[in-house]
Design a protein around this ligand. Sequence first.
Ligand SMILES: [Zn+2]
Length: 430
Amino acid sequence: MAPSSAPPLLLRRLLLALALAASSSAAARIPASLTPISRDIYHSSDSILHEIKALVARNSDRLTMDTVRASNKGYSAEMVVVTYNHAKETVDNGSKINILLSFGQHGRELITSEVALHLLYILTEKRKIAGVDLSSFEKILENLVIKVVPMENFNGRKRVEAGELCDRRNGRGVDLNRNWSVDWGKKEKDYNPFEEDPGTAPFSEPEAQIMRELSKSFKPHIWVNVHSGMEALFMPYDHKNTTPDGVSSQLMRSVLENLNHRHFQDGCLVGSGGGAVGYLAHGTTTDYLYDIAKVPMPFTFEIYGDEKASTDDCFKMFNPVDKTTFDRVINKWCMAFLILFEEGLRNLPDGQVVSQGTLDNWVPMGGEIVERNVERKSSNEHRKLEGLDLGMQELRTYFRLFMLSTFLLMFMFCSRISKNRNRESGEQSI
Ligand SMILES: [Zn+2]
């Protein structure tokens, strides 16, 4: 939000005091035995979005950004979607491969959004991966349109940053990877209501609605839902202990096995989520994308996990806590995505590529775009509106205060007059 009209000093001090009180009480809630967020290594959610906005502004020839908002029953969510389109003005003939990468669906998995940010730097500003020559990937990138959702669950992430380190759900307690419609709401014996609340209905959550619209309008060939908690390369299904039948399933498996072989020395777990992870999950994104949205290659990547961490030490369990491991994980998985792009391009049949739809003319069907960097005029207008809104809010507050104090003064004045009259008339009230 652009600070177009600065609040008065008193108001700013009050807000600052409230913010400090909130952060210190959040810190106080974390017991000393648990690992706090390594704030010297990790970005805050706000600073990630800030950096991404700056990156998009610097690379407007390749990047565009939409901020999408949706709401349902008093709860609203905003999501940033960045689109990378190499040489977008020359190639828009429907022959490109569409890729969607989604990070941060679970609030506590902070490392995933760091990978998103770094990958965007690699794609646009040639940030290095140690010991790797990335120039060979330039040619591949020309054939791709990549949409990146760096922080799918922004509200949930805010709760984690406020001290709820084990929370993976959205801002009103729903697990966004249980809110999709395939096999929705089914509960296993080991169902954990804190972790896996599926919501009141399929797609009850604005975040899931926005992502579903993305699957419909962008029609990706490859979708990766990026998580942490372990290291694995998953394909459908999550709600049963099998992989789908047929050629497309074999194709998915061979892409993952090639990636595992080339990049992880066959060290990653590969297979169906439901078969390999040790529990079945119902209403997941990947199963919907495969069964309903017909995305040819929907994957779930699990990029890091500390098995030795105690189960309540969530920051440590889901995120690297030292800088060396942090850098290693980020580089390793950015490289994995580049290899995935290469494998996808090689393995996707030509027919499938042609059959896919729109590229970067994305219009969300459910949510509303509140900011789009390519339409600078309307975006500036929107900011102007925001400033106006803020000014009106302040005016309203001052007006209410003025009315209240006037009312009190009138009341005091009237009661004084009535007392005087009583005294004058000599009436006794007792
Ligand atoms: Zn997760």
